[in-house]
Design a protein around this ligand. Sequence first.
Ligand code: ADP
Length: 479
Amino acid sequence: MKKILFVTSEAHPFIKTGGLADVSGSLPKALAELSQDIKIIIPRYQDIKTFGDIHYRCSLRVDNRDVNILETQMPDSRVTVWLIDYPEFYHQPGNPYVDAQGNPWPNNAERFSLLCRIAVEVAMNRAHLNWKADVVHCNDWQSGLVPALLSLEYDRPASVFTIHNMAYQGLFPTSVLTSLNLPGQLWHPEGLEFHNMLSFIKGGLVYADRITTVSPTYALEIQTAAYGYGLEGLLIHRNEYLGGIINGIDLDQWNPETDAYIAHHYSRASLGDKQHNKAELQRRMALPVDNNIPVLGLIGRLVEQKGIDLIIACLPELLAMPVQFVLLGNGDKSFEQRLQNLTHVYPTKIAVSIGYDEGLAHLIEGGADMFLMPSRFEPCGLNQMYSQRYGTIPIVRKTGGLADTVVDSTPETIANHTATGIIFNDANASALMEAIKRALLLYNLGDVWADIQKNAMAADFSWQQSAKQYIELYQNIQR
Ligand code: ADP
């Protein structure tokens, strides 16, 4: 049994902006079920939701700041959650990283440096919690200073740094160095410095005992210039300590047999009932209710990473066909605007909901026939796995976790019942369009389509397997 401190800036169901929250919500639970002693540490944001009991545990003083630690439980689990209570930093409304206009909070360096400092104090058993970590598992740049600071400690826990997305690095001008008061020996080009900027992510990449990322393919991709953002050299250098472990999904939350958000429950054995969700989705999105028209869905951040521009480029041709397209997301204002404009041009074909809506996300998974993920890069991606579980066939670009979790429908994979989706290679609109046409052809071959749906629904995306790989990793760290 290991004592693991899991450091994260978001965790479902407390606060979520994306996939990191899903992982932080489910991996610790899976680890606890495998008898690990795991604690999550996370800032107590103003909008954090809490469930049941929440109580004061201790106070500590770090960098001249007096911080309280509160304790609560992850719902339906034995996972303890420690909340860092420091209102001056964390009591802004809304998103943990950006304001309502999408601009990063001006004191993000200080806010997440404090998360790191506190995590180190807790891990080293200097926070009066009477608990010392064996392993500190850090996630993304917000926790990047933890491995760096731990590297200076005597008798320290092992450190693991997981990259959920290399595109976000926590780069700050050197002017923040004074207020962060970081030890001078970390400040050099082989340390936290990156082209004369302070790089939080480098703290993880340089100093962690092990680096992981959320799919084997992404672990290879980030060692190339196309995906490495200038850090590929460092990752190649540390490649012996770098690996990919695919994310699982929360099978209780994403289960078409019990999902409270969908209109009708269904399973592999009652796939026909999926059409009731399609009708409900069409009604809710004010599209014509027609079971014969294939519905394509998309849920996600509307940013270039997700290939939203490729979809917009395809839409005129796509919407000339007998299909409907349902999109839920928010992000770049220009994408939001362009998509909304298209709903006026094709009101019976496309429905767009701008915003964040957990319930609608589930209904789209339950009601759509196909799900689009033409990502330029995708460290793991979750929706392609949710889609498969709901018999909603994913159409994905061959990158990162999408390549690792979807099996393309070819004559061979259809014949041997392993096909679960459609994969295309190039990040351009015509390759995406081709893939959609391929999916529509299969859709019209009813039996073949149903077979692909059943293969997809049978795929095993449980956390069990991945959690075991993390435990093995924790056990084998040598320093
Ligand atoms: P990323 O972390 O890059 O945003 P992932 O596919 O790994 O992408 O995870 C995104 C998660 O956030 C999924 O659970 C997805 O359903 C959810 N999500 C994204 N945008 C929305 C939205 N607008 N409404 C509801 N859920 C959303």
